[in-house]
Design a binder for this molecule. Sequence first.
Ligand code: FES
Length: 191
Amino acid sequence: MQPDDHVCLCFRVSLRKLQNHLERERPTVASQLSECLGAGTGCGWCVPFLRRLHAQHVAGTLPALDESPEDYAARRTQYRAGRRHGTYDRPSSDPMASDPDRSPAPSVRVPLTQLRRGQRAIVDCSNLADLPEGERCLLHAMGMHDDCQLRVCSPGAPCIVQIDDTRLGISAEVARRIMVTPIEDGDRRAP
Ligand code: FES
């Protein structure tokens, strides 16, 4: 990949921009690369590559990726299609495959607004791509990223969800955009 090739294809963030951001901001954790034009906060494909770049920078080497841009883009297309249809099968050479933070691709997705109180689900943030960058980064900083797991504390507006130890209140407009795959039934009491 050359410096002007895009690592985050959702937000057209080039390798050069990421290299400059790493050099200038020296983020302590890879997730802070989302502050570089929202990198990694869309479909999630580039997240393991962002982690790789961050690790290279921490190790004192010039962050670089040896993927060809065409192959990289084609694999991301396959990843996105697989996520939509629940058929994405990560090959062993895929960096996602060895990424312990990411769970298997979901199969049935519904808007967050359709979950009941107590229900748990896996998140897909790809519909958040057109939110203002600040709002998207804030959600991401609070743990709302692709394949994270949430639990609905209180459905409605705002929709209160818990991600790890953090509770978030999400407006109905944003909750409608967040697609989730339920992973267990919550209680069936009315909200
Ligand atoms: S390619 Fe970076 S979030 Fe989709």
